[in-house]
Ligand binder design. Structure first.
Ligand SMILES: CC(C)(COP(=O)(O)OP(=O)(O)OC[C@H]1O[C@@H](n2cnc3c(N)ncnc32)[C@H](O)[C@@H]1OP(=O)(O)O)[C@@H](O)C(=O)NCCC(=O)NCCS
Length: 177
């Protein structure tokens, strides 16, 4: 059975290993290939995130094994503090079982408590499986950012996608017409 929870410092080495494994896949899904952050940096990052309301790292666990990760960070500019950026991955062994969707649902729950009204992400245009997950979830394409990232020294495009949280009374803030 799969459960989703907040990451803890003790998860650092497993999370680094997961990112390294996904980053090495021939699909070129992630920005990082070999070089994810060192375990000690990851541990520090997870400790910091647990103390701050503006970021979160969620993990999907199958028993005691981490099989997915979703990271969230609020936009630092005060005028877009209602927006958070996300990034995610699921272990190759556990794909197409609804874990990606579960992580996105947990991200929306976090957004609500953090007063975040819009979730955004960047995805490579060739990553059709991720784009399909996001679109089925309700993300919309907001544009193509050309040569936006350097991946192993090569400039690559990124699709910008966003999800607007369904409104409840008083949340999210009203939009200009
Ligand atoms: C993209 C990713 C996170 C999806 O995770 P997942 O757990 O397999 O996704 P889910 O099982 O929740 O899929 C939900 C829906 O997304 C779509 N989808 C996901 N993977 C798909 C695939 N390979 N082909 C077609 N549709 C797919 C389907 O509509 C699926 O619903 P269905 O299985 O009922 O048809 C996972 O493939 C992954 O980690 N890829 C490598 C890293 C990556 O690309 N991260 C995102 C970077 S922006």
């Amino acid at each position: 059975m799969i459960a989703v929870r907040h990451a803890e410092q003790a998860d650092a080495s497993e999370l680094v290993a997961l990112a390294a494994a996904v980053g090495r896949e021939p699909g070129n899904w992630l920005l990082t290939t070999e070089a994810w952050r060192p375990i000690a940096d990851e541990r520090r990052y997870l400790k910091t995130v647990r103390r701050h309301a503006d970021a979160a790292v969620l993990v999907a666990v199958d028993g005691d094994r981490i099989v997915g990760r979703l990271s969230l960070a609020r936009d630092p500019h005060p005028a877009s503090a209602h927006v958070a950026d996300l990034g995610m991955m699921v272990a190759a062994s556990h794909r197409r079982r609804g874990i990606g969707r579960m992580l996105l649902e947990a991200a929306v729950a976090w957004a609500r408590t953090a007063r975040v009204a819009k979730l955004e992400l960047h995805v490579f245009p060739w990553n059709e499986q991720a784009i399909r997950l996001y679109e089925r979830f309700g993300f919309e394409r907001e544009g193509l950012r050309r040569s936006h990232y350097l991946r192993d020294g090569v400039a690559v495009d990124a699709l910008l996608m966003a999800y607007h949280l369904p409104s409840e009374p008083g949340f999210p803030p009203s939009r200009a017409p």
